[in-house]
Design a protein around this ligand. Structure first.
Ligand code: 5RP
Length: 222
């Protein structure tokens, strides 16, 4: 992972922010660069409102002097990281455990941009663990259903989400159909959210060795 590439990708996405926008703020080390850049712009006079995808991001935004609002019905632009992203803008998120709020924010967004260094770009998603946040009451039941789906679920040790829930990290077979899998996980009562982002991402800025590449949903390359 390359910190200066993370920063370059973040700056490219922040360049899309316009005055008056409601901006979704992602979670993680790459999103932190976007929050820092937005903080500088806000201190220089940019007027925006933001929605945080996690308590950690909320604290960072507050520290940077960025105005925060409660989750609204609609967001203009969201900038967030990813654990894996492919050319078709399928992504896996949630290594930081914030994928439930991140998906709500992404789904509410007119435009959702993933920012990443080149280590996150993959030919096809599926090597990263897919996290599933669960209702504590339902843990044994959901774990059994995830195992039936081939997910080999492992509880994330010493972790509870911002909602106070555990996460099961799952490794599914590499050749699994992710759209079918996402629908199957979403249908398990007690599974509150999972880290497959198959339809939410509109664009990605991926920086490798100082060069930023933009992927746009619907482009020939995406
Ligand atoms: C948190 C996430 C993060 O966006 C993802 O894990 C990437 O984090 P980083 O930029 O630190 O690699 O999905 O739930």
């Amino acid at each position: 992972m390359n910190e200066s590439d993370k920063r370059l990708a973040a700056l490219a996405a922040v360049a899309e922010v316009r005055p008056g926008m409601i901006v979704g703020l992602g979670t993680g080390s790459t999103a932190a660069f976007a929050i820092a850049a937005l903080g500088e712009q806000v201190r220089a006079g940019l007027q925006i409102q933001t929605v945080a995808t996690s308590l950690a991001t909320e604290a960072s935004a507050r520290e940077a002097g960025i105005p925060l609002i409660e989750m609204p019905a609609r967001i203009d632009l969201t900038i967030d990281g990813a654990d894996e992203i492919d050319a078709a803008l399928n992504a896996i998120k949630g290594a930081g455990g914030a994928m439930l709020r991140e998906k709500v924010v992404a789904a509410a967004s007119e435009r959702m941009i993933v920012i990443a260094d080149g280590s996150k770009r993959v030919a096809a998603i599926g090597a990263a663990k897919i996290p599933v946040e669960i209702l504590p009451f339902a843990q044994a039941f959901v774990a059994a259903r995830l195992a039936e789906l081939g997910g080999a679920p492992i509880p994330r040790a010493g972790f509870v989400s911002d909602q106070g829930n555990p996460i099961l990290d799952c490794r599914f077979p590499a050749d699994i159909d992710h759209a079918t899998l996402a629908a199957a996980i979403d249908a398990i009562p007690g599974a509150l959210g999972q880290g497959l982002f198959l339809t939410e991402v509109d664009a990605a800025y991926i920086a490798t060795d100082g060069v930023v590449t933009r992927l746009e949903r619907g482009d020939a390359s995406a």
